[in-house]
Each structure stands twice: as C-alpha cells, then as structure tokens.
Design a protein around this ligand. Structure first.
Ligand SMILES: [Fe+2]
Length: 458
C-alpha cells in the first residue's frame, strides 16, 4: 500500500491514493513507534522553506536510506533491520533547496535494500547486507535496476579507497553461504575486480569492514546465526553468542584466507568503525563504536541494555594482540570522518549521541589527537541522525567542510535537513531546510555531488 503526494508551497495534493492501513498500532515494539514508525506516502516537495544560508558550492543530493515497514510488519516481533527500504533525499543547488523526495526502494526479491545509499561509478545505489543485491536509483530516487550483482550479495558498508576509487566489501549471506564470507573489490567503474573467500568458524553478522594501507580489516564478532531464532520464525535470526570468540582479522589486501592475521578482542559487537589506519610502527589503529553485547536483551534492534561507546583498538600484527581503550564513554553511533582519509590517519570524527530513551539528542565532533570533543545539542524534542562530513572544495584543513544530517522535530512532527559548519559545530546549523514531512529514524546516507549525476532535473 502506498500513496504518492506532490507537495508545493505547503499544499498537499495526493496524486495517487490507495487505502492505507499502515503498520499495526497495537504493538509494543519501539521500532514501530514515534519517529521509528513508517511514513505512509511518497512525497515530492519542490518549494521548501529554509532558515540560514545554504552554501553555494553544495550542488548535489543528500540521500539517506532506512526501513519503512508499512507492509503489515510482525508487530512485537518486527526487527528494525528488515523493514522495506525507503530513501529520503534533498537536492541542493546554487544556495537553494530544489526538492525533497522520498521513495520506496523497489525490488522483486522482497527485502529491499534499506541500509545505505552511495554514489559510485556514476550510479546511485541503495544497498544492504545479508545477501541483498544493490538497487540502482535514478536522479529522482526512483528504483530503476535491481540486477546489480557485483559478484553476489553485497554489503551496506563498502569502504571506498580514496586513492584508487575502489570499493572494498565483506559480504555475508546467511541463507546461501553458511561457511564463508566474501571479500570483494569493485573497481572505480563499478566492475567486480577480485573476490576472496574467507572461511569462518560460524555464520557471524559482519556488518562492516575497514581498510588500511596494507590490510582489509575483518570484524568477526559474537553475533551469529541462531537456528533457534530461525526455527521460531524470527525475521532477523542473529543473536548474541557467548561461545563465539570475538576477533579481528587483518587480511593483506592482495592476500588470501590463510594469510589473515587474527587477534582476539574482548567480547563486543561493533557495527561502525569511525576509521582505521596504520601507525608509524605498523600497528593498525581503529576508532570504533562498540557495544558490550548485541541482540541479547533486545532482539528487535540494537539499543538494548548495552549502549554504544567510542573505543580505540590498536592491533599489533606481530604479537597478534589488541590494546583497547575508551575514547568517549558517552553513548553514540553512526560515526563518520573525512572521506579522503578512509584508511589513513585522521584527527577528527563525528557521531550522533544516543540516549537511553532511543533518542539522538546531539552531534559530537571528536578531536582524537587532542582527546577532546565538542558538540551541538539539539533543542528539546529534536533528534539528529548520522552526521555526514562533506569537505569544502577549497578546504585548507581536515575539518574544513560541512556536516549534514536530518533532524526530527517532535514538536512539529517533521524533519529538517541541517547543514553545519564542521569547524563551528557548536554554533548550530548554518542552514536548515524545513521539510513538511518527517524522515523516520534510519541508517546511512551520503552526499552525492552532481558531477556524478545523470539525467538530472529539478
Ligand atoms: Fe551500518
């Protein structure tokens, strides 16, 4: 069931309406309530109010993906990670917000990519892990191609090598590949360049990876496929596993399975490294958001009894040991840093605060060299999301650029696209594009500049 609306100058004109049932309202599932709940219409908005000044140089789209489970999800058993994908995008050009669009990601395979959106090789791709194929979107975010095999199922977190333009990815597929995962490299033209099979002792949920100068970093952590969960019909059958060893693998970039240097870490689960790099002594340094446990107290989503904090892991590949230290114990998620420093030493990183009530009340900027952080705290009732860093074209320092995120405002039940000066985060947004609709809490997105567009219209 879907409805498409065309909104102009504050008016809402349904252009195709169907009877809407939405999600079940008689559940006690937090991932279906508040701003986790789906929106019930696809909208096109071409007249947007803006506060502040949108920087002239920003020409492109800010697009974010997330679950939008309006298709009768399984109530209290609904898992946040499996809702149908919906992308939300704002196009900016010449200091103006040209449009907002939200569109379902369409795929005949059922579970549509719901986790991130990237621009690569001139294409806009909605992506997901666990066997799902990428879906190509056109400039206006309509799904146009769901046959982007990339050698098989893909991932929600390919890592861009800024020197080569290649995407590196660890891909798992619990339904098809129970004894190994795939390490794939996609070249800058979007073509599969290499594939390496990696055998694992169990079917772990590998949400992400990292690259450094010499290694692909594999996070083999104790969230594994649960046949009990599978047998009882869980839509997302991964659970915490006390019996599984938590370990980090360093795979030489041109190496094979047998070359991986494995090191044990304390039991934890990590979705999102902020970045990883090799220091002057050849150690691998990883700044990472990590949880003590995952899918133990809450099997519908990530925010259970263990809230995420920012740690630093330093791996000595000779001794195969990992030193672990806390960078910031405050709960936070969705870390990002300068895209050109992916795999290289960084000073600054950004994350959104997480509170115990499943809100996102602030944006943090970390200076990991000095060991300090600044922040912008939203007004009461406002909640941020993943802060995406966009370097200024004429940037003269690592943090010379913008942060973009969607901000949900409980008071007006709608969202803004907020743009911050990353060098002056505490000042608050330099521009806010006020959307007449809300953007539900979701996952990841990116700024896709217009040089990668094809067939753009206003
Ligand atoms: Fe993620």
């Amino acid at each position: 069931m879907r409805r498409r609306e065309f909104i102009h100058a504050g008016m809402t004109l349904p252009i195709a309406g169907l009877g809407l049932t939405g999600c079940s309202s008689n559940t006690s599932n937090r991932y279906l309530e508040g701003n986790f709940a789906p929106v019930l219409a696809e909208s096109t908005v071409i007249s947007l109010d803006t506060t502040g000044v949108i920087p002239d140089e920003l020409a492109g789209r800010f697009v974010r993906n997330g679950p939008n489970p309006d298709d009768n999800p399984s109530g209290s058993r609904y898992h946040w990670f499996v809702g149908r994908g919906m992308v939300h995008g704002v196009r900016l050009d010449a200091g103006r917000a040209m449009w907002y669009r939200n569109r379902y990601v369409a795929s005949p395979s059922g579970q549509t990519p719901n986790t991130s959106v990237i621009g690569h090789a001139g294409k806009t791709l909605a992506i997901v892990e666990s066997g799902g194929l990428p879906v190509e979107l056109d400039y206006e975010l309509t799904s146009v191609n769901d046959d982007m095999k990339m050698g098989g199922g893909f991932t929600a977190h390919p890592q861009l090598d800024p020197d080569t333009g290649e995407l590196h990815a660890i891909c798992y597929d619990w339904a098809a590949l129970r004894d190994h995962v795939r390490y794939v490299v996609i070249d800058d033209a979007g073509v599969l360049k290499s594939e390496t099979k990696i055998a694992l002792p169990g079917m772990t949920m590998i949400h992400n990876m990292s690259i450094t100068q010499h290694y692909a970093v594999i996070y083999d952590l104790p969230v594994t496929l649960s046949f009990l969960a599978l047998g009882t019909g869980s839509s997302f059958p991964f659970r915490w596993n006390d019996e599984y060893e938590a370990r980090i693998g360093l795979l030489p970039r041109l190496g094979e399975d047998r070359d991986i240097i494995w090191s044990s870490v304390k039991p934890n689960y990590a979705y999102h490294p902020m970045n990883a790099y090799e220091d002057s002594e050849g150690r691998v340094v990883i700044d990472v958001v990590r949880y003590d446990k995952m899918f133990e107290s809450d099997t519908n989503g990530p925010f259970g009894a263990s809230l995420p904090r920012l740690d630093r892991w330093t791996i000595n590949p000779v001794s195969r040991t990992v030193s672990e230290e806390i960078v910031d114990e405050r709960p936070q998620e969705f870390p990002r840093c300068h895209p050109d420093l992916n795999g290289k030493p960084h000073r600054f990183g950004y994350a959104v605060a997480v509170d115990a009530k499943y809100g996102f009340p602030a944006i943090y900027k970390h200076d990991v060299t000095k060991g300090v952080a600044t922040q912008f705290s939203f007004n009461s009732g406002q909640h941020g999301a993943e802060p995406v860093f966009i370097p200024r074209a004429s940037a003269r320092s690592e943090d010379d650029g913008y942060l973009m995120t969607y901000v949900y405002d409980t008071n007006r039940d709608a969202s803004d696209l907020a743009i911050f000066d990353a060098q002056d985060l505490e000042r608050g947004p330099v521009a806010s594009v006020h959307l007449p609709v809300r953007v539900p809490y979701g996952f990841h997105g990116n700024w896709i500049p217009d040089q990668s567009k094809s067939g753009a219209t206003t």
